[in-house]
Design a protein around this ligand. Structure first.
Ligand SMILES: NC(=O)c1ccc[n+]([C@@H]2O[C@H](COP(=O)([O-])OP(=O)(O)OC[C@H]3O[C@@H](n4cnc5c(N)ncnc54)[C@H](O)[C@@H]3O)[C@@H](O)[C@H]2O)c1
Length: 352
């Protein structure tokens, strides 16, 4: 038998099964509300984080990205893909996993699935941002794009912003039927709509979470009335947008990290000096959010590394005592740190 791995060699790993158990134990609303608070706290300390646009490897059918950041004590990254064609092949559009490591030693301290966690953190971010920008009285949300993210968005907006009526539209009616079936026991008023135009009627918040690897126009300028908040999260890649550019000219646009959003977000359609407000500045009070009830606010959300860092930080804090993880023998950690070779040799001898 090879020697047992040392304590530091074992990295807690949260599987898909365990993340689902944790969600059921904590409760989805509570988990997304808690995560939104972690994200907001980390946005408040924005300036101390290492920040870089995510590292993207594009192909004709999708993108694979690495999203790193560090707050000086803890480092994190996420691996994530985006393949709009996957759904037609019976696969997820987005899959992900990620880790946290301690900056002091570089040793990983948590590895987790992040496909489910990304849906939670994306919805938590959207709703946290809307808490700062949407009209205070908002109860009705249009939800355009009824795929994997949609129910998470709905539940986060209810927990964090008080949305209780959803107007749903998807180009594929089967997707809307699936979302309604999933949400009909959750206490929402649900209205299936035949067009995007119909979906946004009477909505104070409009969420677009469609997937199409092309410049799409889910909303045109004439469709959008004064005073709404738009939460546009499906345009998150070069060449992949959801809104007509005239909407961007009329709205006040809020973003996560401009160097990334200018490449990936709705504002890729605009000149490089197009004015945007960084959402962390609204959170700290350094910039104004919603000014008046006629203003159109637009969150051009693409997903930033700090949100994944916060989600993993939340997970780590809520994992202790849960038992909902496995210990992975992931780091080779010989007793004599210079004798990696000897450790390998001894394992062979002992195995034989
Ligand atoms: N901003 C972020 O942080 C973030 C995070 C995760 C996912 N995303 C993006 O959000 C989008 C949705 O992700 P998902 O996992 O739900 O994808 P999905 O493939 O499961 O669902 C997308 C849905 O959009 C629908 N759709 C496509 N074109 C449409 C159109 N023109 N009008 C109405 N509906 C249309 C599809 O039929 C499908 O049901 C993707 O583009 C994804 O890349 C963004």
């Amino acid at each position: 038998m090879p020697p047992a791995p040392s304590r530091r060699a074992l990295v807690p790993f949260v599987s898909v099964a365990n993340i689902m158990s944790l969600i059921h134990r904590i409760g989805l609303e509570e988990m997304m509300s808690g995560m939104a608070d972690y994200i907001e706290d980390d946005f408040r300390r924005w300036e101390l984080f290492d920040k870089t646009p995510r590292v993207a490897s594009h192909s004709e059918v999708g993108v694979i990205e690495l999203m790193p950041t560090s707050d000086g004590a803890v480092y994190g990254f996420k691996y994530v893909n985006g393949h709009p064609k996957n759904a037609a092949e019976g696969l997820q559009t987005v899959t992900a996993f990620g880790l946290l490591a301690e900056v002091d030693t570089g040793y990983p301290v948590l590895l987790s699935e992040m496909t489910v966690l990304t849906a939670l953190r994306t919805a938590a971010t959207s709703a946290m941002v809307a808490r700062h920008l949407a009209p205070g009285s908002a109860e009705t949300m249009a939800l355009i794009g009824n795929g994997a993210q949609s129910e998470f968005q709905a539940i986060a907006f209810r927990a964090i912003c008080g949305v209780n009526r959803l107007r749903l539209y998807d180009i594929d009616p089967a997707a809307t039927r699936k979302t309604i079936a999933n949400l009909e026991t959750q206490g929402f008023e649900l209205i299936a709509c035949a067009t995007a135009q119909e979906a946004i009627e009477g909505a104070q918040i409009i969420t677009t979470c469609t997937a199409d690897k092309q410049y799409a126009t889910i909303l045109t300028d004439n469709m959008v009335g004064a005073g709404v908040h738009i939460n546009a999260i499906g345009g998150d890649c070069p060449g992949k947008t959801e809104l007509h550019k005239d909407i961007l000219s009329r709205a006040d646009v809020f973003v996560e990290y401009p160097p990334q959003t200018r490449v990936e977000g709705e504002i890729q359609q605009m000149p490089d000096d197009f004015a945007v407000t960084e959402i962390w500045q609204v959170i700290t009070g350094a910039a104004q959010g919603r000014r008046d009830d006629r203003q159109i606010t637009l969150f051009d959300g693409v997903g930033f590394a700090i949100e994944d860092f916060s989600a993993l930080r939340y997970l780590r804090d809520h994992l202790t005592d849960s038992g909902l993880y496995a210990q992975l023998d992931m780091i080779a950690d010989p007793d004599d740190p210079r004798d990696l070779f000897g450790m390998v040799q001894r394992a062979h001898g002992e195995a034989a």
